[in-house]
Design a protein. Sequence first.
Length: 153
Amino acid sequence: MLTPLLFAAALQVTAPAQQMPAQPAHSGETPAANQAMPGTQPVPSDRPMAAPDMPAKPPAAAEAAQPTPRPDPAKLPVDAQFARYDANGDGVLDKAEYGSWLVALRTAKEADFKAESPAARGWIDGSFTAADADRDQKVSREELIRFLTPQAG
């Protein structure tokens, strides 16, 4: 019972009031029966009541609430740290530079990681070979991003 009243009150507050010319009373009706309540619009009985016009463009707050495209998750760490491990500044990582990056990543998670162990050297070499797509013995930013991005399968 209270909900329809609140809804009607909200419509009255948000809908602009329009003045319509007075209509003659239908046969058998009194003039008071044909008048609209103050603040509302009279609606002919032969037409259904229309919803208020909705704006064509959503308000600015709604646009701000739209999700923004997510950046490539592999690109973020590469862009943030590539220059740090590119010791000679040539824009690519050679095997030693790439290896120092992998060792830093691994020791951040495993404090007891031994980079000099045969298993660690094999892991670094295999990773470098997989990341170096064009086999030029260097890993570019693009190669590294592609290597770190999971492939749909």
